[in-house]
Design a protein around this ligand. Structure first.
Ligand SMILES: Nc1ncnc2c1ncn2[C@@H]1O[C@H](COP(=O)(O)OP(=O)(O)OP(=O)(O)O)[C@@H](O)[C@H]1O
Length: 371
């Protein structure tokens, strides 16, 4: 929603001219909205709270949203609060139905929350939506927000224009974006003639074509091959580091989240169940796994191990048996001592650190489907 007249392109059918939905920020008809919000420039400077001064790009406080009434009511977002610092990349994770979309749409003013406040760069989005959203953009439906009949470069110019920016003044930035996303040789190709991965990159470039300082990316790498995924990951990181871009990235792909995010928010049943760095979440979980392969892991030895430790996996291959034991701290040495006491000759031994998926399963009780 870059610029004062720009609504958020929420959905589309691949050609925005044929039916994409332009949703304006909620609160425009709200009596609490400051009518002087049209004077966007002034608002962008005045009326900010302390969060802007302390480098907080997004501040969400006590946000709740319930759909429906009575026994069928669903609390999609339940008293969620967090802050995101400018220039950071934050992953938004949660199983299906956890409330991610409702949360993001509430932040973007596409859904009116029942309670709570949202500030962007210190500006309350309900009170001064135009000023608050003036440098916010989003890619909520993958490649669907581009005009497929226009060329790649025309799309960038179009999105800059509706973002309130003279496209000629940012032509250099567009050329750089095209280079960085390896789209330069397709600059004059109609988007509809590109592969899915290319379209995804054009979509990201379009989001960045204006002057956005905060972007929301929903599944930006969905359907991309490994190489394109790596390119996008690299570019998102670079933009955060070099341009101070703040990114909220939601994905079911844990590898992407681990690769690019400084911090992770995990939602479960509408509630925020984790808000920390990937490393801290891994450390908090503590337990790692000990993987052992041996021909001496008899049923007897395995029973002994199962008595004392959490044996998570057992598999057999020829005469060899492989097991994985979850061990926490000193348990690692106890498990090794038991194997030694039972004269188990080890063919292969390794320790496996917990990953984000393990943390996710612990906190939400659900497995992510896409890896
Ligand atoms: N417009 C709506 N009317 C009624 N219920 C809704 C509406 N939108 C979402 N919900 C419900 O709110 C809950 C949260 O949905 P939401 O789409 O925010 O989850 P999500 O985490 O984005 O899920 P997914 O990963 O599947 O996209 C779900 O139970 C969903 O069925």
């Amino acid at each position: 929603m870059t610029g004062r007249n720009r609504g958020l392109t929420a959905t589309g059918d691949g050609d925005a001219g044929d039916g994409s939905v332009q949703s304006s920020a909620a609160g425009v008809d709200d009596p609490s909205v400051d009518p002087t919000d049209d004077a966007g420039e002034r608002d962008a400077v005045e009326g900010r709270t302390a969060t802007a001064r302390s480098g907080v790009a997004i501040a969400v406080d006590g946000l709740s949203k319930r759909f429906g009434d009575g026994p069928d009511a669903v609390t999609a977002v339940d008293d969620v609060s967090f802050e995101i610092r400018s220039g950071s990349i934050v992953g938004l994770l949660g199983p299906n139905g956890a409330g991610k979309t409702t949360l993001v749409k509430s932040i973007l003013g596409m859904i009116l929350p029942d309670a709570g406040t949202v500030e962007i760069d210190g500006i309350d989005v309900r009170k001064r939506p135009r000023a608050a959203y003036s440098r916010v953009d989003a890619m909520l439906e993958g490649a669907r927000n581009d005009y497929w009949r226009l060329t790649v470069r025309e799309n960038l110019r179009y999105f800059a224009t509706i973002g309130g920016i003279d496209p000629d003044s940012v032509a250099e930035r567009h050329e750089r974006l095209l280079e960085q996303l390896e789209l330069a040789e397709y600059a004059d190709t109609a988007v509809r003639d590109l592969s899915r991965g290319m379209k995804q990159k054009v979509s990201l470039a379009s989001v960045l074509a204006g002057d956005a300082s905060v972007v929301f990316l929903d599944e930006p790498t969905l359907g991309l091959d490994v190489e394109s995924t790596r390119t996008l990951e690299r570019e998102i990181r670079r933009l955060a580091e070099e341009r101070g871009l703040t990114v909220v990235l939601s994905s079911h792909n844990m590898d992407v989240i681990e690769a690019v995010c400084d911090r992770v928010l995990i939602l479960s049943d509408g509630r925020l169940v984790a808000d920390d760095t990937v490393d801290a979440l891994r450390r908090q979980r503590g337990a790692q796994s000990l993987a052992v392969t041996s021909r001496d892991l008899t049923a007897d030895v395995r029973a002994d191990l199962e008595d004392r430790f959490a044996v998570t996996t057992v598999s057999h291959s020829g005469e060899s048996t492989s097991i994985e034991i979850e061990v926490d701290g000193a348990e690692l040495y106890d498990a090794m001592a038991l194997l030694r006491d039972r004269d188990v000759r080890i063919d292969r031994l390794s320790t496996v650190e917990p990953d984000l998926e393990d943390v996710f399963v612990d906190l939400t009780g659900r497995q992510e489907s896409e890896r």
